[in-house]
Design a protein around this ligand. Sequence first.
Ligand code: SAM
Length: 218
Amino acid sequence: MGVDSKPWAWNKTDYNYDCWETPDDEFLSVFLRWKNKGYSRALDLGCGTGRHSIFLAQNGFTVDAFDLSLDGLQSFEEKIQDKNFNITIKAGDMLDLPYGRDAFDCVLAFHAIHHTDMVGLKKTIKNIYDVLKPEGEVFLTLTSKEGDSWKKHANNRIDNNTLIKTEGPEVDVPHTYLSYEEARELLTDFQLIKIQQIIRYFPNQNKKHSHFFVLLRK
Ligand SMILES: C[S@@+](CC[C@H](N)C(=O)[O-])C[C@H]1O[C@@H](n2cnc3c(N)ncnc32)[C@H](O)[C@@H]1O
């Protein structure tokens, strides 16, 4: 029995919408790689309001988009309602994916699967493994303990890796943070193609975020 899942409340006005509207720079090279490999079926796990799903669909992919946040998915649906994209949107929890084994050429899980505890993260990684085809690839991010958040919210820690935010738009949302060694250990079932730790500075908010950006093959 792990921590309860809790979606982002995308309808809260204090999210910075702009940064969630265009594909992340780090994803673009992965997208080119997947296009060159001839991949066509993609899962966008924790898709939010759909920036990566839409980009993939605009570039010929058939996309399944999945998220727990009903208001995020509503906003996503409004964006694509007049478009003829190959996107199927489903609401649900990443701990229990509604897809068959070996269903996808590639899975993207961008700034999403850390929203649980270690039990949930391990289950989610196993779920990703199961829905991915043999030789398929995953691009995912994990949150590093070296960013400011793990230290800043120390009082909200519930174990050695997880804290639950008690204020702001992510109130009650669980977050799991890892060391490099813990990240490697978590991913041992996959072949590791590339792992980078990227620190992003937000000078206006006087903080830095640190994530592992990981490319894996089944
Ligand atoms: C930081 S947002 C990232 C959204 C999107 N991947 C992007 O890059 O624009 C994290 C997303 O993970 C979703 N999420 C959190 N817990 C989840 C769960 N248990 N199952 C599915 N999605 C979840 C949230 O609702 C939110 O939309």
